[in-house]
Design a protein around this ligand. Structure first.
Ligand SMILES: [Zn+2]
Ligand SMILES: [Zn+2]
Length: 315
């Protein structure tokens, strides 16, 4: 090899060593930041958000680091193995989803001894219940996305059964994509707070129309109301003894008003949070300070921003 090529190789080697050392140091700092919740202090709802927005790390890099930080809380051996240089960060990330206190020694040794592909095979064999394929949803063009995921065999069988039913009702063979579309649509019709809130609007109109027959309408209305009560899982509210539960009607109004989306606005970018899942009802003026269940006093926040809001308002 010529002198020039040799020197390029040496430079690359030196820089990559520095790069890997930096990664290790960054992990150590992030563990401390997570423990002391420094990201809340900085106005970020989670360590992931902090590492992407404040530190400017890519989605993948921050995901890798945060996964290891979180797993290390239950299995500190993982963090130690990275810090001692026993395994690189990439392999720590690879074994993290499968790691428990009991198997940590064995898996760290495997990660140390095997190249990435062999390790992936070994993990698949050792942990058949845990998917070794990473869940990924990727937008491929303006109208389509590609989804890859691992399912238990029984779930796949159920999807096939659903595929048969959809095919029957459409009197033609229907593919998996269309089957999933139908299944998801059906589920949302019954479980999605947005759809429920829409139905609530329709019921309100019907109730007004049927006002001419009050006895029947009230009974029907109550029965329907009972049936459509909120699933507290998707929209949990903290209730203390003194708290009056938020009436279902008000909840529907809050959901409609805020398009079933977290209302937190990033003070730096003015962008509204995208989260539509695990939303909480939040009292703008706290109940403890005389805040009521009036529509104007309620808003929707995702769990992370709900935590941030209370952290900031508590001082
Ligand atoms: Zn709150
Ligand atoms: Zn949010």
């Amino acid at each position: 090899m010529s002198h020039l090529l040799c020197s390029l190789h040496d430079q690359a080697l030196k820089l990559s060593r520095q790069y890997l050392a930096c990664e290790k140091e960054l992990l150590e700092i992030l563990v401390k930041i997570d423990a002391k919740k420094v990201y809340l202090e900085q106005g970020y709802a989670s360590l992931t958000e902090y590492s992407q927005k404040a530190l400017g790390l890519s989605r993948d890099v921050s995901w890798n680091l945060v996964t290891i930080v979180h797993k290390s809380k239950a299995v500190p051996e993982l963090k130690h193995a990275v810090q001692m240089g026993v395994i690189p960060l990439s392999k720590a990330r690879q074994i993290a989803p499968h790691l428990t206190k009991e198997n940590s020694q064995k898996f760290i040794a495997l990660a140390q001894a095997m190249p990435r592909e062999k390790l992936q095979e070994a993990l698949a064999k050792e942990c058949p219940m845990i998917p070794s394929v990473e869940e990924r949803a990727r937008v491929i063009n303006a109208t389509q996305a590609e989804l890859s995921l691992c399912l238990p065999k029984e779930v796949m069988e159920k999807i096939r059964r659903a595929q048969d039913r959809v095919s029957e009702s459409q009197k033609k063979w229907v593919g998996l994509a269309e089957t999933l579309e139908q299944v998801v649509e059906f589920y949302l019709q019954h479980k999605d707070p947005k759809e429920k809130a829409k139905r609530h609007e329709v019921r309100k109109i019907r109730a007004t129309v049927k006002a001419a027959q009050p006895r029947r309408t009230v009974r029907e209305f109550n029965a329907a109301e009972k049936k459509l009560e909120w699933g507290s899982k998707s929209l949990p509210i903290v209730q203390t003894k003194d708290r009056v539960p938020i009436p279902a009607e008000i909840k529907h109004e809050v959901v409609n008003k805020n398009a079933h989306r977290c209302t937190y606005q990033d003070p730096r970018t003015q962008l509204r949070c995208e989260k539509e899942r695990f939303l909480h009802f939040h009292h703008k003026l706290p109940v403890a300070m005389g805040g009521t269940n009036a529509l104007e006093n309620l808003t929707l926040l995702c769990s992370a921003h709900h935590r941030l809001e209370h952290y900031q308002s508590s001082g």
